[in-house]
Design a protein around this ligand. Structure first.
Ligand SMILES: Nc1ncnc2c1ncn2[C@@H]1O[C@H](COP(=O)(O)OP(=O)(O)OP(=O)(O)O)[C@@H](O)[C@H]1O
Length: 257
């Protein structure tokens, strides 16, 4: 079993609907892979299968050689897989800093006694968490907003905060679900730089679901295309752009956008 993520013949049925059908693909450590397809093709369902929200009806998912199906989402996070969501999910009543701190909670080693007494070990750990959270916010240009209410930030900043929260769990694989949605062209340009930057800086593998073809074609090393839950093509951005099945299913007009 190889390192990284490996899906083998993964199928999930919802009643009579096969949302994902015998899907196989892999993401090696450090790779930046795109997963694209028309609306309803099954992309978010694939993320939900990888992160333990759904269990496949059949097929296997392995991460670093360990079987994923049957594990709980928090166990999968601990294995080193983090995700963002199509619809932003932040703690709206918490500050920007506290949103990152809560994401780091899983890493805290102190027990209930330390938490209640707030002893030296607890305070040391808290200080470390705050330092790391601020470092991450700084990299994303969000440090000045640390005390702002998360929901008061503009849309692009909220999307970036979601990525910070995912990174705060120290993943080896980051799943990004439509990170460019709702961004303007200059925010999308920044996002492309940011994804490349964090991939290098944190030695991350990234699986990117994204409708914006300029973003996908601009940063992905390889792209898998699904339609009605089935993989119809896989290749480099250049190969995908001229793949007849892809053009027919999906890319025809949007690749020029
Ligand atoms: N829990 C569920 N129960 C029933 N059907 C579901 C469930 N989750 C997803 N589906 C169906 O599976 C199919 C794939 O949905 P999914 O959200 O994965 O597509 P997508 O490629 O992410 O779409 P989009 O690009 O519009 O976000 C759709 O037909 C959807 O209605």
């Amino acid at each position: 079993m190889s390192a990284g993520l490996e899906l083998k013949d993964v199928t999930i049925r919802f009643g009579g609907l096969k949302a994902v059908s015998e899907l196989s693909f892999s993401v090696a450590p450090g790779e930046l892979i795109g997963l694209i397809g028309p609306n309803g093709a099954g992309k978010t369902t694939v993320f939900n299968l990888i992160t333990g929200v759904y269990t496949p009806t059949s097929g296997n998912i392995h991460f670093d050689g360990v079987s994923v199906p049957g594990k709980k989402p928090h166990e999968i996070t601990r294995m080193g897989i983090a995700r963002t969501f199509q619809n932003i999910r932040l703690f709206s009543s918490l500050s920007v800093l506290d949103n990152v701190r809560t994401a780091m909670m899983g890493e805290l080693k102190h027990g209930i006694v330390h938490s209640l007494t707030r002893g030296p070990a607890f305070r040391k750990q808290e200080a470390l968490v705050e330092k790391e959270a601020l470092e991450l916010l700084d990299i994303f240009g969000l440090a000045d907003a640390r005390d702002k209410n998360a929901k008061s930030m503009n849309y692009g900043d909220q999307r970036r905060l979601e990525i910070v929260r995912a990174l705060a769990t120290r993943p080896k694989l980051l799943l990004l679900d439509e990170p460019a949605a709702g961004m303007n062209p200059s925010e999308k340009e920044d996002l492309m730089h940011l994804i490349r930057f964090i991939k290098e800086r944190y030695n991350l593998a990234v699986l990117l679901v994204e409708h914006d073809m300029k973003v996908v074609m601009g940063i992905c090393q390889r792209i898998a295309v699904i339609e009605y839950g089935c993989k119809i093509a896989e290749g480099t951005p250049k190969e995908i752009q001229c793949h007849p099945k892809v053009i027919e299913a999906y890319l025809g007009v949007s690749v020029e956008s």
